[in-house]
Write a protein that binds this ligand. Structure first.
Ligand code: MN
Length: 264
């Protein structure tokens, strides 16, 4: 959906007794990771030296640019986890930019028609998200504590998708539940959302990319050569740096020798 190029809906789940989620140091290039936490707490470390706990209602935005490495691990006692991590492909003139990391503890919220609308990315209902992005995008969390119905304006130039995070809802009359992603081509200037009980939706959109980027492992690029180079650099300990502050082991890149990607 526009520059949104990957979506991982993690949970809701409850870890068995033990350490919970432990994702050791691994690299990224060419993208921004956009982490939206619904339940649980995650500790982030990166090769720029950031140490940041993210809690429900907060966003971590990590801009990989030409290269960054990070780790993510559960903290806290509850052992509950529910989050969405999205990747945003960087456009050609931004993808070599220096890496960066920003934590956003407060996002704008508007209530309308029984839904609490958190503006995660871009603009909606007169509010602009502070998240620093490099393409025209929108990202909204839509949470209803009980039955609700609302009509949201959309940018007609955007393609859009809606994922159900919790409960059941209707999007322009179509039923949606967790595990379902509804998608819409550009040309819609509004969408009607409804639910009969508590529900939570994630809406994303953006201007379609003329040609989707290449995605392999944790890398977003344009050519197989760039991806193979990034994998070789990580495995040789070049380019990305170390991730101080975590005791977790580095995750090696898969063998890129057999990588065959069509270009063009
Ligand atoms: Mn990552």
């Amino acid at each position: 959906m526009g520059a949104w190029c990957f979506l991982d809906h993690a949970g809701p789940l409850r870890f068995p007794p033990g350490p919970g989620m432990r994702v050791g140091p691994h690299p990224h290039i060419g993208l921004q990771t956009f982490t939206w936490v619904i339940e649980g707490e995650v500790l982030h470390h990166d090769s720029l030296g950031h140490r940041q706990v993210i809690r429900p209602g907060q966003v971590n935005l990590m801009t990989a640019g030409r290269g960054i490495a990070h780790s993510e691990e559960s903290i806290g006692e509850a052992g509950a986890m529910h989050a969405a991590q999205l990747w945003i492909a960087l456009p050609d003139d931004e993808r070599e930019r220096p890496p960066a990391f920003t934590h956003y503890p407060d996002l704008p919220v508007v209530s309308q028609g029984g839904f609490r609308v958190t503006v995660l990315a871009g603009e909606a209902l007169g509010c602009r998200s502070p998240t620093a992005l490099y393409s025209p995008l929108v990202g909204l969390d839509l949470t209803a504590g009980q039955a609700g119905r609302t009509r949201l304006p959309l940018q007609a130039a955007f393609e859009h998708a809606v994922l159900c995070l919790n409960g059941h809802a209707r999007v322009d009359g179509q039923a949606i539940e967790p595990g379902t992603l509804l998608v819409a081509d550009p040309g819609h200037d509004a969408v009607e959302l409804a639910c009969d009980a508590a529900a939570q939706l994630l809406l994303i959109g953006g201007v379609p990319w003329p040609r989707p980027p290449l995605i392999w492992w944790n890398f977003v690029a344009r050519t197989a050569g760039e991806i193979a180079q990034a994998a070789a650099d990580w495995n040789a300990g070049r380019r990305f740096g170390d991730v101080p502050g975590t005791t977790l082991a580095r995750i090696a890149a898969p063998d890129a020798a057999g990588l065959r990607l069509r270009s063009g």
